[in-house]
Design a protein. Structure first.
Length: 378
């Protein structure tokens, strides 16, 4: 536990037992400017943001993640990721609730079958914190278009049946929302039947709990996962500040249970779009034995595009990493499109101008994606 966390816990009279209990954090999430005010001095623009998004985008923050905020600096990377901004209500040209077209690849209520040999299984729309830049921001909004249009109460029978009936699927990625929001027993009721399917070689979990609420990674959860190996987990650290003793401990428990931990970051304007920050992040990750896997270009998701950087600035960061630091500390820089994920290498960029980039996908499909600002100064 960091020094500030301990101090805040004492000041707010939170017992060590409560602080260590993930369910306590879930029940006591900060949801109002008043809640926030006991942790940080809330800036006028943050109060405006909270008011501006009301009724459109929800927000809440675990006390754990709030304890990482710089109390006096509104440009703190934790605050920028977790607290609403009025910019979420502005829409840039080309913005879309689902620019990567996941909806059009849905095979069942919960299965997205976009790539031949692997699928996404949407477990829940619930998350410990609603990250402001979420690619699936429309999961966490009330307006039409949520994946769970028939409701989350519906079971997994139809989805598991689809996976059983498709022997080409060898890799299932549990995501959402964040699947670890489910209790261990509820998760096990999904993982156990998946493991019984002969053609499923690998089960993967995408979860930001190690970052947003590391207390969720209990020894019991790790022991349960270990019974269904091979299981891989990809988490989502975006800034070195997030690598705390608690979050490193969560990764350590997973690793000791034989679950390899990878990291998928998103390149976010003002949060991590600088070589120095990204270098510190990837170094801290490999010290925690977490392998940097992907660095995503921020998609032009409605309500998110104020976080977008230019592709050129992402490539500049990649040039500063490759060769300058440990090879396996360097993630692949990826943009997700309707035609799949595309590594942003020279080979795949056919042309680019002020407002759009033309790319070649792994199947040879040519896709154009809007990039506000496009290429910055050469
Ligand atoms: C990212 C993603 C996957 C997994 O892709 P990998 O490149 O194997 O990590 C699978 N399905 C969907 C829909 C995805 O978006
Ligand atoms: S935890 Fe993941 S899915 Fe949930 S809001 Fe954050 S980025 Fe989105």
């Amino acid at each position: 536990m960091g020094a500030r966390t301990t101090e805040m816990r004492r000041r707010l009279g939170i017992s060590a037992d409560d602080w260590g209990d993930w369910r306590w954090h879930m029940r006591n999430r900060l949801r109002t400017a008043e809640d926030l005010a006991s942790w940080i001095s809330v800036a006028p623009e943050e109060e405006e943001g909270i008011e501006a998004v009301a009724g459109r985008y929800d927000w809440f923050v675990t006390p754990y993640y709030a304890s990482l905020m710089d109390p006096d600096d509104p440009s703190c990377p934790i605050r920028l990721q977790a607290l609403p901004s009025a910019a979420e209500m502005t829409t840039a040209a080309g913005d879309d609730p689902d620019p990567v077209g996941d909806m059009s690849y849905r095979a069942t209520n919960r299965v997205i079958h976009k790539y031949h040999d692997r699928v996404v299984l949407l477990v829940t729309s619930q998350c410990p914190v609603l990250c402001r830049f979420c690619t699936r921001k429309f999961h966490t909004t009330d307006y039409d278009g949520t994946y769970f249009e028939v409701g989350e109460a519906v079971g997994f029978d139809e989805d598991l049946e689809y996976i059983r009936a498709h022997p080409e699927i060898r890799d299932v990625l549990l995501t959402g929302g964040d699947p670890l929001t489910y209790s261990d027993s509820r998760l096990e009721r999904i993982i156990a039947p998946l493991r019984e399917i002969e053609h499923i070689e690998v089960i993967r979990i995408g979860s930001r709990y190690p970052v947003l609420l590391p207390q969720r990674i209990t020894p019991e959860l790790c022991a349960m996962l270990d019974r269904y190996q091979p299981i891989w987990l990809n988490t989502h650290f975006n800034h070195p500040t997030e690598l705390t003793p608690d979050s490193r401990g969560a990764c350590e428990r997973l690793l000791r249970a034989g679950v390899p931990v990878g990291n998928q970051s998103v390149l976010l304007r003002g949060v991590n779009d600088e070589t120095a920050v990204m270098t510190e992040l990837v170094r801290a990750l490999i010290q925690a034995r977490v392998r940097p896997y992907y660095l995503y270009q921020c998609d032009n998701v409605e309500g998110v595009s104020h976080f977008q950087t230019t592709i050129e600035s992402g490539r500049a960061i990649m040039r500063d990493l490759v060769g300058h630091t440990t090879g396996f500390a360097v993630p692949s820089y990826i943009v997700t499109t309707k035609a799949g994920k595309i590594p942003l290498s020279e080979d795949n960029i056919l042309s680019e101008d002020e407002s759009a980039v033309v790319l070649r996908s792994y199947t040879g499909e040519v896709v154009t994606i809007p990039v506000p600002g496009g290429r910055s100064a050469p």
